[in-house]
Design a protein around this ligand. Structure first.
Ligand SMILES: C[S@@+](CC[C@H](N)C(=O)[O-])C[C@H]1O[C@@H](n2cnc3c(N)ncnc32)[C@H](O)[C@@H]1O
Length: 282
């Protein structure tokens, strides 16, 4: 029988080459593991981020890069904030990216970074999901799931170092709390990024109707649950978006990016020729 190991020169000063390789692997493997983890999963460096929300990191990185590179003005709005993980992540990604890249590649003008005063608005019932009529929802989407108190949310985002002067929190069920009075109280003018993470058709309909007047060409919409409709595009978040687009022919969405197992990002375009509302368009 031929042994491959023995058929190649295998001894260096009496040390078996095979054993030497094994020894090197023994020491290098853990180092490689740690390096891979840090490169592929940078969120391990930031304690408030768990591995489960890696998709959020990814989504916000793409949104941040897009709005900074295109100087998209407006606020960040998040519908469905739960314990604040994604809210913190969005805040950090947008701030980090704009601080690092705002003036890169342009003639230095000394211009103030337009994102330093950006406002971050949080909306939630803080009582979890409402009842839904949609029977084909994924099993996680039951009434009361994802409840967390407003106090917990506030403490977590404050502990994470967010500038609370730039943050607003609106508590309530979307069908009651999302209206013109609320928008005026927040001094809402235009949306740079809206993160819609409220899981179900009914909640998404309320959110989409609320944000419509504040969308501009270039606004980014992130739908966390885009791919949770079991392929039935008349239901779930996709269903809500398609119905909304039908009743708002002045709006088209340009697909921008998919991330992780369920999230999709889109860029808004307001079509002036179909203008039927008071939305400002270009
Ligand atoms: C999946 S959790 C959000 C997770 C959070 N964005 C994160 O990644 O950490 C969904 C949230 O949407 C909220 N929500 C869903 N429908 C709502 C509605 N109609 N009104 C108010 N809040 C709602 C729930 O209370 C819950 O906090």
């Amino acid at each position: 029988m031929i042994s491959i190991r023995n058929s190649t020169p295998s001894n260096i000063d009496g040390l078996d080459m095979y054993r030497l390789r094994q020894l090197i692997k023994f020491f290098v493997r853990p180092i490689r593991k740690v390096l891979t983890l840090l490169i592929v999963e940078p969120s391990v460096l930031q304690p408030h981020i768990s591995r489960q929300i890696w998709h959020d990191t990814n989504a916000f990185r793409w949104a941040a890069a897009y709005i900074v590179k295109n100087q998209i003005e407006g606020d960040y709005l998040e519908f469905g904030v739960w314990k604040g993980n994604s809210f913190i992540e969005a805040y950090n990604q947008i701030n980090n990216y704009s601080n690092t890249f705002y003036n890169v590649g342009v003639k230095a003008t000394g211009e103030k970074n337009m994102f330093v005063d950006m406002k971050f608005h949080a909306f939630d019932s803080f009582e979890g999901l409402p009842e839904t009529k949609n029977v084909s929802n994924p099993i996680q989407y039951f009434a009361g799931n994802y409840s967390a108190t407003e106090e917990l949310f506030r403490n977590r985002i404050s502990d994470a170092g967010l500038d609370m002067d730039r943050v607003t929190i609106t508590k309530g069920w979307f069908n009651e709390s999302l209206n013109k009075e609320a928008a005026d109280a927040l001094n809402l003018r235009q949306i740079a990024v809206a993160y819609i993470d409220c899981d179900i058709y009914e909640s998404s309909v309320d959110v989409l109707n609320f944000i419509t007047p504040y969308l501009k060409t270039g606004s980014v919409l992130i739908f966390d649950d885009w791919f949770r409709n079991k392929g039935i595009s008349s239901t779930g978040v996709q269903g809500a978006v398609l119905d909304w687009l039908k009743s708002n022919p002045q709006i088209t969405l340009q697909h921008y990016y998919n991330c992780d197992t369920r999230t999709a990002l889109f860029i808004v375009k307001i079509n002036c020729e179909n203008q039927t509302s008071n939305i400002e368009c270009v």
